[in-house]
Design a protein around this ligand. Structure first.
Ligand SMILES: [Zn+2]
Length: 316
């Protein structure tokens, strides 16, 4: 058994460890929300669909705008209440995606997708969780303007945390879609796959949506069998990560294999194969001889693979 590799300090997982207090008990209090919006310390993240608007500040970027600055960029689709940061109100300010795209030529702004912000570290890591919160919530509003029971137009209430139907009185709450993401392990080797949309050198954990009536553990076993033809036994939960593309929650797991022959489902994956532990370590350290890599530290797959190479069977 090879010794525990020295991979340096653990990087922070993206979009997690939010400093925002959501103060959900305040959401139904209209007068309190109005006073929060009028607070001089209030600030907003400005988002138009997949685009995030940042403010240029010298060679760096500001993630937040005052509400006056945000309103000057365009009319809001919704303004949602995210919570309090050290007592200061934080909002998500939704722009129509076309309005956000039209801001791209402005030299005082950067209009860019959230993945690029996270991977390039364009703003402090503490801004990623509220950006994810605001983006996912605003996306839900954009896609749920009509009642799924009766088809009538709905309206938002509670600071953006509910939509009500005036016709059939149904209440609709923001949704999160669970996706299992797992590393199938056979002692000193693991299965990684790649999708055709990945960067050409990147290999990652397998993943798939949890279906109705299914536990996380069963979803891990089903998806691994479907995508690479491998049966799994023990499944251990590792950690989770909000993944606002658009409204996913990634549930990271390690799985112990019961069979070893890989049969790739080419409709899901471009390729999948076994990787030895030493090869996975080289990929994490960006020193693989063929330039192969794991996903970057912002993604939970990086941490799932790292936990295995550092702890081996200790993940079970
Ligand atoms: Zn209805």
């Amino acid at each position: 058994m090879s010794p525990r590799p020295d991979l340096g300090p653990k990087p922070r997982l993206g979009y997690s460890q939010s400093l925002i207090e959501r103060v959900a008990e305040r959401r139904a209090d209209k007068a309190w929300l109005a006073s929060a919006a009028a607070d001089a310390r209030a600030a907003a993240y400005v988002i138009g669909g997949e685009l995030i608007v940042l403010k240029k500040s010298g060679s760096a970027f500001d993630a937040t705008f005052s509400l006056t600055e945000a309103r000057a960029l365009g009319d809001s689709t919704e303004m949602v209440f995210l919570g309090l940061l050290d007592g200061a109100p934080r909002f998500g300010f939704g722009l129509n995606p076309d309005v956000a795209a039209a801001l791209k030529p402005r030299s005082d702004l950067l209009v860019i997708d959230l993945r690029s912000i996270a991977v390039q570290g364009l703003v402090g890591a503490d801004h990623l969780p509220p950006l994810a919160q605001a983006k996912a919530l605003l996306n839900w509003h954009a896609r749920h303007r009509f009642c799924s029971h009766c088809g009538a137009a709905t309206h938002e209430i509670d600071g953006g945390w509910r939509r009500d139907c005036p016709s059939c009185k149904a209440q609709h709450f923001p949704r999160t879609d669970p996706v299992v993401i797992m590393l199938a392990i056979d002692g000193e080797r693991c299965v990684l796959g790649r999708s055709a949309r990945f960067a050409p050198t990147m290999w990652s954990c397998l993943a798939g949506f949890v279906e109705p009536g299914e536990s996380f553990e069963d979803a891990v076993r089903r998806e691994t069998r479907e995508e690479v033809g491998i049966a799994c036994g023990r499944v251990n939960y590792f950690a989770s990560q909000p993944w606002p593309f658009p409204t996913t929650l990634m549930i990271g797991c390690h799985a112990e294999v019961l069979s070893r022959d890989i049969v790739v489902d080419r409709s899901e994956l471009e390729d999948a194969r076994w990787f030895g532990r030493d090869e996975a370590i080289a990929m994490l350290q960006r020193r693989h001889p063929d330039g192969l890599t794991t996903p970057p530290p912002v993604a939970i797959a990086h941490h799932i693979i790292r936990a295995w190479v550092e702890n081996e069977s200790g993940v079970f």
